[in-house]
Design a protein around this ligand. Sequence first.
Ligand code: HEC
Length: 185
Amino acid sequence: MNSLKYLFVAVCLFAIGAQAQQSPQTGNEPRLPKGVRGLEESTANPPSPNWLLEAKDDEQRFQRIQIYAGGTYEQMWQIGYRYEQVYRAIIDENWELASHHWKKLRSVFDVALIKRPRRTPNAEVMFLDTMWAQFEEALQGGDTEDIRQTFLTEREACIACHVAEKMPFLNDTPVFRDTASFPSN
Ligand code: HEC
C-alpha cells in the first residue's frame, strides 16, 4: 500500500513538472525568431505555441512545415546513426538487424533527396543505385568475411560522396574513424 502511495505522489509530481515545462511563467512576451524571414506576415499576433494552426492559411502552414523539415542534414544525421548500428550488428553477426537498418537507411536517404534534388545524381550513382544493393546481397549470403569487406566498401562510398559534394570535412569524424576496420574474432 505504501509503495502505491509513493507511486501516486511521484506521478503527481511528474505531472506538475511536465505542466510547468510546457508553459513556464517567465513573463516574457512571445515573439518569432529573427533568424527566419517572412514569418511575421503569416502569423496571428501574438504568436503562440499553436505554431502551425495559427498560420494565416495553408500556404503559410506548408511553408512552416518545409522550414521544419530542414535539409539533407536532417536525414544524414539518422543515416549516420543507422550506419553505426549496421557496423555494430555486423560485429554481433546479427544479419537481420543489419538488414533492418540498411533498408531504413535507404528510405531515409530518398526523403533527403525529395528536399535536396541537386544531391540526387551523386546519391544515386555513387550509392543508392549501385553500392547499396551489394551490401544487402552480402547480408543475404551470410558470409561474415564478405559482409565485413562489403561494409568497408560502402564506407568508402559514403566518404567519396561527401568529397563529391564538396564537404570532405564530414569524413574526419568518429563515425568513419571508428568504423574503418573490424575487431578480429
Ligand atoms: C549525395 C551523396 C552522399 C552520400 C552517398 C552520403 N552522404 Fe552523408 N552527407 C551528404 C551531404 C551533402 C551532407 C551534408 C548535408 C547538409 O549539411 O545539408 C552529408 C552529411 C552527413 C553527415 C553529417 C550529418 C549532420 O549534419 O550531423 C553524416 C554523419 C553522414 N553524412 C553520413 C553518411 C553515411 C554513413 C553515408 C553512407 C551510408 C553517407 N553519409 C552517404 C551527402 C552524402
